[in-house]
Design a binder for this molecule. Sequence first.
Ligand SMILES: [Zn+2]
Length: 283
Amino acid sequence: MKFLTPQEKAVILDKGTERPNSGIYEHFDEPGTYLCKQCNAPLYVSVDKFDAGCGWPSFDKALPGAVKRQPDADGRRTEIVCANCGGHLGHVFEGEGFTPTDTRHCVNSISLEFTTLPLATLQRMETAIFAGGCFWGVEHLMQKEPGVLSVTSGYIGGHLQHPTYEAVKAHTTGHAEAVSIFFDPDITTYEHLAKVFFEIHDPEQADGQGPDIGPQYRSEIFYTTPQQREVAEKLINLLKEKGYKVVTKVTPADTFWEAEGYHQDYYERKGTEPYCHFRTRRF
Ligand SMILES: [Zn+2]
């Protein structure tokens, strides 16, 4: 889940409406896919976008199962929300005669994130989530791997919604610092990325990584499919056979909460290399 700005929260969580003609996607016709701003689920494709002249981006259909309809609190309109995360999108209207579907999804630009990636490419992608100490270093090194489209720093494995860096640091939430890696399985594999993960952090150090001490720096793999779990356990057994006393936990992924903007691309922005993470061959 994305870290939302106050403006994004006002619409996506509190069901506000952006001012007409103020959103970035109203007059925008690049080919690509529109994702939910909060959870990245694909919602609409550009071929279904049309100009209704209403002041907000309009689509004459959503991707199958991507958008949920519910009665609006005003008792008149039909609200639309992301079926995956419940984030507010806007409203849907029927019977206006704009296009053959006779339907208009009137969506706030701020609820959407556009990508030029075609839907088929997005649907092929996989997500890998690794916790291996300070997320800045793991993000920096994973970003260099071929086939990795994006790496996001965040928090996972705790019990609080919308955790902040301060709360995680205070050990009150149970979260680990982690990275969420969006990768193309036609170019790289989960097994390769998991091997890189085991070689850029020390899987023998419990509750810390190098000089960073605390449970938020623990070594843990959060798998998103049963196949990822098998691979993770296989690699841990391989390392144990080689004599490594691996403490890495393997856990089903729950909600990944994106970290605050100033934690993203930390080393790229700083132009330096990580002090906490470097590659050591272990396989
Ligand atoms: Zn969503």
